[in-house]
Design a binder for this molecule. Structure first.
Ligand SMILES: Cc1cc2nc3c(=O)[nH]c(=O)nc-3n(C[C@H](O)[C@H](O)[C@H](O)COP(=O)(O)OP(=O)(O)OC[C@H]3O[C@@H](n4cnc5c(N)ncnc54)[C@H](O)[C@@H]3O)c2cc1C
Ligand code: SF4
Length: 326
C-alpha cells in the first residue's frame, strides 16, 4: 500500500481566505479535485503539512459569457462539466479534450484549474519513493541528474494536460489572485522551459488560479483535438495535438497547431504562410510535414520518440482532413 504523508485539510469559503491560508501556512498546497495531487502524495513527490481545499469557493464555479464575448471558465469547473457544457460546444476541441482526460470518475472530480496546473510528468518521476531511490532519484525531486537528457542542468518532464494545447491554440488567458490582488497571464506565457515544480510556471507558487478566459473566435471556427495513448481510456497522452482553424468556404483563413506531451512547454508549431489557400490534400501534407519537422519527443514518456514523432504527422493530417470535411 502507498501511504500519504500526514497533512491537515483546510476548507476556506472565499478565494481571499484561500490565498491567505496558502500564503501563511508553512508547507501548504492547494488541492481541487485531488486527482493529480493525491497520487503524487502517495509517491511522496511532495510532503505538505497543510492542504487548502478549493472545492467550497463559489467564485471558482461556473462557465459564463462576458459582454465582449469572452468565455470565462471558473477554475473549479470540472472536466465533466466542460465536456457537457452547451456554451463550450461552440469550441469543439475544448469539450472533446476534456472528455478524453483519464476516466469518468476523474473527470467528475478533476477541475480545469487542476488541469492547467498539472505537475509535469516523466517516467523517472511518477514512480514510488522506492523506485526513484533505486535509480538515485532525479533532478526534479531529491536528485541532481536528469536521466532523460543526461545532464544536471534542467528537467524536461512533459506538460501533459489534455486541455492545455487547445487553450493555447485559442489564445486563452489565466486569471489568478495573490495576496497582492488579481492578475492575468496569457497561457502561452504560463509554462517555463524547466519542468521542476518550483520553476515550471511563470506565476507565484502561492497564486490561486480563479479562472480561464477564452477570447471570441474568428468566424468560420472549426477545431479538434487528437490524443495518442496506449489504451483508449484513463491513460495520459503520449502525444496530443490541438488544431484550431477558421475557414471561409474551402479556404483556410486561420490555423494554429499546438502539440503537447513533449516538454515542459507545449509546442506551438510555426505555420507561417500556410493559410489563404484551399485545404486540399497537398496543403494537408505540407502542414503535417511542418509539424513533423518541429516536434522532437524525448524519452520522458512511454512510446519511442520516433514513433511519437511519426504520429505527430499522421494525427495532424487526420485532424485537418476531419475539419475540412465539416
Ligand atoms: C489515473 C489517472 C489518469 C489521468 N489521466 C489524465 C489525462 O489523460 N489527461 C490529463 O490532462 N490529466 C489526467 N490525469 C490528471 C487529472 O485527473 C487531471 O489533470 C485533472 O484535471 C486535475 O485536476 P484536479 O482538480 O484533480 O487537480 P488537483 O490534483 O487537485 O491539483 C493538481 C495541481 O494543481 C494545483 N491546483 C489545482 N487547482 C488550482 C488552482 N485553482 N489554482 C492554483 N493551483 C491549483 C494543485 O495544487 C496541484 O499542484 C489523470 C489522473 C489519474 C489519477
Ligand atoms: S525529465 Fe529528467 S529531471 Fe525531469 S523528471 Fe524526468 S528524469 Fe527527472
Amino acid at each position: 500500500m502507498l501511504r500519504m504523508p500526514a497533512f491537515e485539510v483546510h476548507k476556506p469559503r472565499t478565494a481571499h481566505d484561500a490565498v491567505l491560508l496558502r500564503a501563511t501556512l508553512p508547507d501548504s498546497l492547494f488541492v481541487a479535485g485531488g486527482t493529480d495531487l493525491l497520487p503524487n502524495l502517495k509517491h511522496w513527490l511532495h510532503q505538505p503539512k497543510h492542504l487548502v481545499s478549493l472545492l467550497d469557493l463559489p467564485e471558482l464555479r461556473g462557465i459564463t459569457r462576458e459582454a465582449d464575448g469572452t468565455l470565462h471558465l471558473g477554475a473549479a469547473v470540472t472536466l465533466h462539466e466542460m465536456a457537457t457544457s452547451p456554451l463550450l460546444a461552440e469550441i469543439p476541441a475544448l469539450p472533446l479534450a476534456a472528455s478524453l482526460v483519464a476516466g469518468p470518475q476523474h473527470r467528475r472530480m478533476g477541475t480545469i484549474g487542476g488541469n492547467v496546473m498539472l505537475d509535469t510528468r516523466c517516467l523517472f518521476y511518477n514512480q514510488s519513493e522506492e523506485w526513484r531511490k533505486a535509480v538515485g532519484y532525479c533532478l526534479k525531486k531529491d536528485g541532481d541528474w536528469c536521466h532523460v537528457i543526461g545532464s544536471g542542468k534542467s528537467c524536461v518532464a512533459a506538460q501533459s494536460s489534455d486541455t492545455v494545447p487547445v487553450l493555447l491554440g485559442l489564445g486563452a488567458r489565466i486569471r489568478y489572485v495573490t495576496s497582492e490582488g488579481p492578475a492575468e497571464v496569457a497561457i502561452v506565457d504560463l509554462y517555463e522551459k524547466d519542468g521542476r515544480i518550483d520553476r515550471a510556471r511563470n506565476i507565484p507558487p502561492s497564486a490561486l488560479v480563479t479562472g480561464i478566459a477564452i477570447p471570441p473566435r474568428a468566424s468560420g471556427h472549426r477545431s479538434t483535438y487528437r490524443k495518442v495513448r496506449t489504451r483508449a481510456a484513463v491513460d495520459y497522452p503520449q502525444l496530443s495535438i490541438a488544431v484550431i482553424t477558421s475557414f471561409d468556404g474551402s479556404i483556410l483563413t486561420d490555423l494554429s497547431v499546438v502539440v503537447g506531451a513533449l516538454l515542459p512547454q507545449p509546442k506551438i508549431v510555426d505555420l507561417d504562410g500556410m493559410t489563404g489557400v484551399a485545404l486540399d490534400d497537398a496543403a494537408i501534407a505540407a502542414i503535417a510535414e511542418r509539424v513533423f519537422k518541429q516536434v522532437k519527443p524525448q524519452t520522458n514518456l512511454h512510446g519511442a520518440p520516433e514513433w511519437r514523432r511519426h504520429l505527430a504527422r499522421v494525427e495532424t493530417a487526420r485532424a485537418l482532413a476531419q475539419l475540412r470535411a465539416l
